[in-house]
Design a protein. Structure first.
Lengths: 105, 288
């Protein structure tokens, strides 16, 4: 009986550990995807010659959190970086014509 | 089905309205590149905005904006903070390279009194050549490593060259070459384009708000802003080149600066210098 309990505890512990590592792995994957998307958007902003310093610093913050194992925080930062990069792309695209509104004539 | 027809009808009406509106614009007026008219309008904008400022005083940036500041400038000019840089530039300018040649050999009139002609459009290369770029090309052509575009050596050399040109009216030419016009227009576009997370263009500060404070600083008018380059800035506790000014402006509005002397910066300097034609060279300048 005691042996049974020990076995069950071991199984449960393994299951729990498995679940946690699965969760952690999921979170890391999510971070990696979010980071790749942010980097791609920032690269596109670079092609438009309009990167923002805040995108770079937010990407760096995401990387730092990931290195510390905090993938939730890292994912949040990566998503924020992607939003910033997308905003810079929108800005560069809309300014292609909007700059003329400000011109002295 | 009815909904789809309604959407088609609405789209067609909108397209027709857009076409009708477009046809009411003067033909070609929106896209015609006319630097002469631009410069006239640019200068008029500032003289209308600041009717009390003496025209030549626009080159003194924030110090032209009110009497108190103007007095500060006069006092500062008695012991100018750029003097050390000027001395250094003079010495560097005449010191021979390892091959025995000097900067004099690279420039017309031995480099004296020519600041007002830079930047110019090089028709052979099809690009704008700034004074900073010409200085580094001179060094490289004589087997010397180029200087950083944002550091003291370049500031000292350009300070000396500006000083020998003081009082000469800016005289930038746009040759009859579509590439020169394109460079000018690209420079203009860069000047008015908003960038960075703060969504500022050069014009946001230097057209819309000269004379206003941004934190502790008083913003300079864009007219004549390049005539005073390079500048000693108290904020930097040192000298700054035109390249340093452009890259710092970009990072201050949270934009990643381009590399100094990238086409965009060369073109915007071309545009800004052209619209300041006629105003005297006042560099090296001093700024708060």
């Amino acid at each position: 009986m005691r042996n049974m309990t020990q076995k069950s505890a071991l199984v449960l512990a393994l299951l729990a550990a498995g679940a946690v590592s699965a969760l952690a792995a999921g979170s890391e994957d999510e971070y990696k995807a979010a980071f790749a998307a942010a980097e791609a958007a920032n690269k596109e902003a670079g092609k438009l010659r309009n990167q923002w310093t805040t995108t770079a610093s937010t990407l760096a913050a995401a990387k730092k959190s990931a290195e510390a194992g905090d993938f939730d925080k890292a994912t949040t930062s990566a998503k924020e970086a992607e939003a910033l990069a997308k905003a810079s792309i929108f800005q560069a695209t809309s300014e292609k014509t909007r700059w003329k509104d400000m011109e002295i004539r | 089905m009815k909904l789809r027809s309604a959407i088609y009808l609405a789209s067609a009406t909108l397209a027709f309205a857009a076409l009708t509106f477009a046809s009411t614009l003067p033909s070609g007026a929106a896209d015609k590149i006319d630097p002469v008219a631009d410069a006239k309008a640019f200068q008029k904008f500032f003289t209308d905005k600041f009717p009390k400022v003496k025209y030549e005083d626009f080159v003194n940036g924030p110090y032209s904006m009110n009497e108190d500041l103007h007095r500060q400038w006069q006092e500062k000019e008695q012991f100018p903070p750029y003097e050390f840089s000027l001395e250094m530039g003079k010495e560097m300018f005449s010191k021979p390279f390892k091959n025995g040649k000097t900067y004099e050999d690279c420039f017309p009139n031995k480099g004296i009194g020519i600041r007002q002609n830079y930047p110019y459009f090089d028709e052979k290369e099809g690009k704008v050549i700034t004074l900073e770029l010409a200085l580094n090309r001179c060094r490289e052509a004589n087997g010397e490593p180029p200087y950083s575009y944002v550091k003291d050596e370049m500031a000292a050399l350009t300070a000396y060259m500006a000083f020998t040109s003081r009082g000469k009216p800016m005289d930038i030419k746009i040759p009859d070459d579509p590439r020169a016009l394109a460079a000018y227009e690209n420079g203009k576009e860069y000047f008015y384009t908003r960038r960075g997370q703060l969504n500022f263009s050069c014009a946001t500060c230097h057209v819309q708000s000269p004379g206003e404070r941004i934190r502790a600083e008083i913003l300079a008018p864009a007219l004549g802003i390049v005539n005073a380059m390079p500048i000693y800035r108290s904020e930097w506790s040192g000298m700054g080149t035109t390249s340093r000014r452009f890259t710092t402006c970009n990072s201050q509005i949270r934009g990643v600066p381009l590399s100094p002397q990238d086409d965009e910066y060369r073109n915007v300097e071309y545009f800004l210098s052209y619209v300041s034609n006629g105003l005297p060279i006042s560099g090296p300048g001093a700024r708060p």
